[in-house]
Structures are given as C-alpha cells and as structure tokens.
Write a protein that binds this ligand. Structure first.
Ligand SMILES: *[C@@H]1O[C@H](CO)[C@@H](O)[C@H](O)[C@H]1NC(C)=O
Ligand SMILES: *[C@@H]1O[C@H](CO)[C@@H](O)[C@H](O)[C@H]1NC(C)=O
Ligand SMILES: *[C@@H]1O[C@H](CO)[C@@H](O)[C@H](O)[C@H]1NC(C)=O
Length: 246
C-alpha cells in the first residue's frame, strides 16, 4: 500500500522549556512518500514556506537513509531498531505479521517514563490485527487518525470500510480532507495541554501518499499542467502538508 518513502526530518524542538525537569516539547512531522525535490527549498515549482523556514533555521540531514517502504521506516523511528529486528517489512496491515513486534518498546512508552504526554495524530501503519498493536497500547496517551496504509483523503473509505479512529473507537469524518482533521485535532491537544508535563506530538501525515487528492483551495495556487495533470495535485498535497505543519 505504501510505496517509496522519504522521511521528513522535521523534529522541531520547541524553544519553550516546561516543567521542573526542563524537558523540551517534541513535535515530529512525517511526510509520507515525499520526493527529494518536492519541496520549495529544492524546487521553485513547490510552495512550502514552513518547510523552507524549518530547513533554513534547522538542520537538513543530507545522508539520512530509510527503508524503501514506509511501515519499516516508521517502525525504525518508533523502536530504534532496524526494520528486520522490529519484524516489519510492509506487508498488508490487517495481518498479524504486519504489526511491529510487541516485544519492542516504542518511543512514546519510553518518553512516558520521563513524564511526557504523548499523542499521535495521523497515519499509524504499525499493525491493528488486535488491540495490542494499536497506538494507545504502544505508549500513546491518545490517538486520532487511521490505522492502515492509505485511504480516500476526503471520505476515509478503504476496501469497504472506514478507517478513522479516536483511540479504540470508530470516528468517521466523511467530507473533510484528512490533513484538516489532523490540524483541528492537534489544535485541541495543544490548547488542552497540561503544561506541567512536556509534550511529544507525533504527526505522521497521510500526505503526500496516494490516492492523489487535494482540496481546491490548494489546487488553485498551481497552474494546470497540460502534460501531467497529476503533478498539480501532488504539488497541492505538499502545500497542504506544509500548511498543517506550520
Ligand atoms: C522478539 O520476537 C521476535 C519474534 O518472535 C524474536 O525473533 C526476537 O528475538 C524477539 N526480540 C526480543 C528482543 O525479545
Ligand atoms: C460520504 O458522504 C457522501 C455525501 O453525503 C456520501 O455520498 C458518501 O457515501 C459518504 N461516503 C462514505 C464513505 O461514508
Ligand atoms: C508538469 O509536469 C511535468 C511532469 O511532472 C513536469 O516536468 C513539469 O515541470 C510540469 N509543468 C509545470 C508547469 O509545472
């Protein structure tokens, strides 16, 4: 379900320190299936002011290697292990084997031991064969988003079902582009944050993974491409990812 994958860099360490332990808030944004040159600071045909700003004021990892599929890359980020050690090679996510090994402690569970509040908003793709595999049972206080590898961005429909969940309960959001749902859910988490504890926000966006769909307000900032219609949709999907990250 997931094809080529570029992990996004963007571990933004918030400058504001909180709590007695002075631990930083951590925000990790992951952009799915993102091409090397599909970002404004490498390509003037893409509008991504927030990513450009992060690149300008942060660090670009120019030699950062990931697995060719997204689930194994996610598993490595979340477990600190090679994909083959985390038992993860991107097989269909309804199978038990598709779940990252339960004997691996994930990053949010480690951060809980340092009093972090931990939240995931977006795409999981680390297994959902049974409840033991889902985010709230792997170290996240709350989760919002979908568990599989891809689905319709506007209806959350995939293979005769709706894949969108709040923790362990269905939470259909038909009609709103998924990245906008994530943005709204994130805003609520940040507004309701108990600032005595540091925050870990994991935002694995569905963008720019297929199906190729984008809201009109972002399509309209790009010219129609007469040789490759899809390209304009892809450009708009990067801009949505940029906007939500901002
Ligand atoms: C985790 O489980 C896998 C599969 O059963 C096994 O191969 C591996 O050795 C286990 N790893 C640890 C650290 O227990
Ligand atoms: C989403 O809503 C539209 C409009 O009401 C409806 O036609 C469509 O069947 C719904 N799709 C899903 C997957 O629920
Ligand atoms: C149209 O798409 C092609 C293929 O991706 C690309 O090479 C070209 O630069 C695009 N044209 C415009 C105007 O964006």
């Amino acid at each position: 379900m997931s094809t080529l994958f570029q992990i996004a860099l963007i571990a933004a360490l918030c400058g504001c320190f909180v709590g007695a332990a002075k631990l930083p808030n951590i925000v990790f944004v992951l952009v799915d299936d993102w091409g090397f040159a599909d970002v404004g600071f490498r390509n003037p045909a893409i509008s991504s002011p927030n990513f450009d700003d992060l690149a300008k004021t942060g660090l670009i990892l120019n030699r950062h290697y990931v697995f060719r599929y997204c689930s194994p890359s996610r598993a490595s980020f979340l477990t600190g292990r090679w994909p083959h050690h985390a038992h993860q090679w991107n097989i269909p996510s309804f199978m038990e084997m598709a779940g990252t090994n339960l004997n691996m402690t994930m990053l949010p569970a480690k951060l809980k031991t340092a009093n972090y509040a931990t939240h995931i908003v977006g795409k999981w793709h680390q297994g959902f064969f049974d409840p033991r595999y889902i985010p709230i049972n792997r170290g996240f206080d709350t989760s919002s988003g979908f568990l599989g590898g891809g689905e319709d961005h506007f209806t959350q429909y995939i293979q005769c079902s709706i894949d969108y969940w709040k923790n362990d309960a269905p939470d259909p959001r038909n009609g709103t582009y998924d990245a906008y749902n994530y943005r709204d859910d994130l805003a609520k988490i940040i507004e309701n944050q108990d600032t005595t504890n540091p925050l870990f926000l994991y935002l694995p966006l569905h963008n720019v993974h297929d199906p190729f769909e984008a809201p009109d307000e972002w399509l309209n900032i790009y010219p129609v491409n007469s040789t490759c219609e899809f390209r304009r949709t892809y450009q708009a999907m990067v801009s949505v990812a940029d906007n939500v990250t901002g």
